[in-house]
Design a protein around this ligand. Sequence first.
Ligand code: ZN
Ligand code: ZN
Length: 311
Amino acid sequence: MKKSEHTLSDNKKSLMGKEMEGGKKRVSVHGGHSGQFCLHAADSLEEIVRAYIDNGFVWVGITEHMPPSIEDIIYPEEKQAGMGPVELYHRFGKYILECRRLQVKYSKQITLLVGLETENYPGYERQVLALREEFQPDYIVGSIHHLDTIPIDYSEAEYERAAREFGGIDKLYCRYFDEQYSMLQAIRPAVVGHFDLIRIYDAHYTDRLQRPKIMARIKRNLDFIGDCGLILDYNLRALNKGAKEPYVSEPILHLARQRGIAVVPGDDSHGVKSIGVNIDGAMRRLAELGFDTDWRMPAGAEESSARAMRG
Ligand SMILES: [Zn+2]
Ligand SMILES: [Zn+2]
């Protein structure tokens, strides 16, 4: 490259400012929970979208929690606000409408995708398929937050309760990865949310992930993800909550890399404050590990959003 070209491209990068880090685009494959549509998040969805634009994100999937069809796993904040499955279902419909409105309104500044993050409980599969049919989100993030209706990422006390229920932490991990495997098969989500969330309150997770029964399940799930071409969410919310690395943790990232699985940053933001935090470090790490930083979009999402915008 000639010297003049170098200067030109460097200037261009600095002009484009925050969105460029070593030439890589800021994106979030799992982002944008808002206080408007989720009571453990903050701020309106429009404020969230503007914050993504201000922080130079090129594309973002807004992936609100789906409304469950049973009472048992409704988040405490929603319960306290007197919301049941019916109210949550109506709120979700409003979320989709608002997200579609913002998708069009800001289409010149950012590519927004309208997504849904799954909740699992006995019989949830039918609800996911019904919501997909009715609301036609651009894509789905498949996540496990509960095991037999006990929340695993809500508090340490609930995590311990789940571990007792399933006969210890090793068994809790096995149960988590089995539940994830059955979700992957039933839903085939374009994106797998926080793959190893089960390590959230476990100080010994590095060793535990290597235990044969657990590692066998991890490899089985990754094989399926690789075969189906699903994306792994590189979930930065772990860092906000004090973890030393995002989900997916390093040993699993290496296995994903070997299988040619796309890993894409997801900030899992729950308010304006967490947007853009830690994203550049995460992109750098994925680049170092050899992942494609021309971040893959969820399968079918771009076509789906284009169709929706045409009306
Ligand atoms: Zn949430
Ligand atoms: Zn989640």
